[in-house]
Design a protein around this ligand. Structure first.
Ligand SMILES: Cc1cc2nc3c(=O)[nH]c(=O)nc-3n(C[C@H](O)[C@H](O)[C@H](O)COP(=O)(O)OP(=O)(O)OC[C@H]3O[C@@H](n4cnc5c(N)ncnc54)[C@H](O)[C@@H]3O)c2cc1C
Length: 458
């Protein structure tokens, strides 16, 4: 293999950084072009007034072996921290009360979260037939396990992961493992039992059993360390404008320091958001550009609040809570950061992250943040029995936060594959393909590394 081949990676979020890291380790000549001043994309950490605020992801699950391998290779093991065991307990808000999500069959039978009728309905699940059309998460869950589970378990979980709308997200693409259980085993219950047995033999972990981790100095530790490794191979404050195909190579056109420049590439790896790639290829592949531009990214406002510990009059013994849409609150849920991880603040204070917005709420713009923040704080204080005002608040508005794998995503999936086949050596990654969780992004970068290697070997 000729490892002198030049590869340009678009975007220095975790997907682009990981792809570049893995390709550089293979000996390729890699250059990453990033629009913003810093690497990390959605991963941002600020430390201010004694509070550590992760403005994007605040933790990740150790779902794929590549995660641990990269952390060890980068000498980050000492920085790694695992979530406290208390984090296994998660609450759901029902009638203004925080009710623990049952984690064992026994807890499930005695839980107030679901009615006796809903619990009995579950017994019929193995006998329900497979669907014969593409379904939304809401349709799938209602059909298989009933509406109560949709309302008080799955919908809040969907808003916790995607800030998404279960009546629009595609079960096949947003939760492929759940969809596969029905396809392969004809039942979620029987399929879960069988896959647990199977998984024991492989290194892959399910999202329920994978360990949750962060870093002492926040999630930014990982992209910052990869950026250090990439050194001169990473060029920031550089917005890619267009890509010109020439035989089986590419010229990447971008602006740097007010000047238009061009770089040659034998291969291109794009990890920028779908709408950003859409702009870049708008003149060369109009149809694909339209499909990419239609991928919906709702806005999410991440609100971080710190209180004196003595002002919180309820036990802090869990991950936090999620709010079903039926409860009609102004925010989606809250993470109890200082319960999960040490070093988030000092011993006298506690801190929380609230999520406002998402696909089921109106888009939040830069000028409309004041009212929703005030309302969310007031509702949060009531739920948590907090009598005093916060000692610290900060927020970040992500105008286009998380891509939604909505019904019809199959068209996007097919178009991506078609584009790659029309443009040999051009690979697409990023969180609008193969999953949005950090673990999925790292795994996807590993797949791209293998595809690039194969491309140059053939
Ligand atoms: C608020 C929030 C909370 C989240 N919480 C979690 C969590 O707790 N756990 C979890 O696992 N996941 C979480 N996620 C999801 C996860 O963080 C993202 O899916 C992941 O970080 C996306 O990485 P990426 O590299 O694919 O994309 P991005 O991080 O979006 O990176 C894309 C990069 O491309 C750059 N770019 C765009 N246009 C151009 C251009 N023309 N030229 C050059 N560069 C360009 C951008 O500036 C950006 O840096 C969260 C996401 C958000 C937004």
């Amino acid at each position: 293999m000729n490892t002198k081949k030049k590869i340009i990676v678009l975007g220095a979020g975790i997907s682009g950084l990981t792809a570049a890291y893995l390709l550089k380790k293979e000996g390729f000549s890699v250059t990453v072009l990033e629009k913003k001043e810093n690497a990390g994309g959605s991963i941002e950490t600020i430390i201010e007034n004694g509070f550590l605020f992760d403005r994007g992801p605040s933790s990740s699950l150790e779902t794929y072996p590549v995660i641990k391998t990269i952390i060890e290779d980068l000498d980050l093991s000492e920085e790694l921290i695992y979530a406290d065991k208390k984090g296994n307990k998660r609450y759901i808000l029902k009638n203004n009360e925080l009710i623990p999500l049952p984690m064992s069959p026994r807890a499930f039978l005695s839980s107030k979260l679901f009615s006796a009728k809903a619990k009995l309905r579950l017994l019929t699940e193995p006998f329900i037939k497979r669907a014969n059309k593409e379904e939304s998460i809401a349709e799938f869950v209602k059909r298989r396990i009933g509406k109560e589970f949709l309302d008080y378990a799955i919908s809040p979980f969907v808003s916790g992961v995607y800030a998404g709308d279960p009546s629009k997200l595609s079960i096949k693409y947003a939760f492929p493992k759940l969809h596969k259980l029905e396809r392969e085993y004809g039942s979620l219950i029987l399929g879960t039992i069988r896959t647990i047995r199977k998984r024991k033999k492989s290194a892959e972990k399910s999202k329920q059993s994978a360990k949750m981790f962060s870093f002492k100095n926040g999630m930014e530790t990982l992209p910052n360390k990869i950026a250090l490794f990439l050194d001169n191979n990473l060029i920031t404050s550089t917005e890619v404008q267009s890509i010109l195909k020439k035989d089986n190579s590419y010229n990447i056109v971008f602006y740097k320091d007010g000047e238009q420049k061009t770089l040659f590439a034998d291969s291109v790896v794009s990890t920028i958001p779908a709408y950003a790639l859409s702009n870049i290829i708008a003149n060369t592949d109009k149809d694909f550009a339209k499909i990419l531009n239609d991928v919906f990214y709702p806005s999410v406002l991440v609100l971080y609040i710190g209180y004196k510990k003595s002002d919180v009059h309820r036990s802090l013994d869990g991950f936090g809570f999620l709010i079903p849409q039926k409860e009609e609150k102004s925010f989606l849920g809250a993470i109890w950061n200082s319960v999960l991880f040490p070093y988030r603040t000092d011993n006298d204070n506690v801190c929380f992250t609230l999520f406002i917005g998402g696909a089921t709420k109106e888009r939040i713009s830069g000028t409309t943040t004041g009212a929703p923040i005030k309302k969310a704080i007031s509702e949060f204080q009531q739920i948590m029995n907090i009598k005093n005002v916060p000692v610290y608040t900060s927020y970040k508005l992500w105008k286009k936060a998380i891509p939604q794998y909505n019904i019809g995503y199959e068209k996007v999936d097919k178009a991506i594959k078609q584009f790659e086949s029309n443009n040999p050596g051009f690979f697409l990654g990023g969180n609008y393909r193969r999953g949005i969780a950090l673990g999925d992004c790292l795994h996807s970068a590993e797949i791209i590394r293998d595809e690039v290697k194969k491309y140059f070997t053939l």
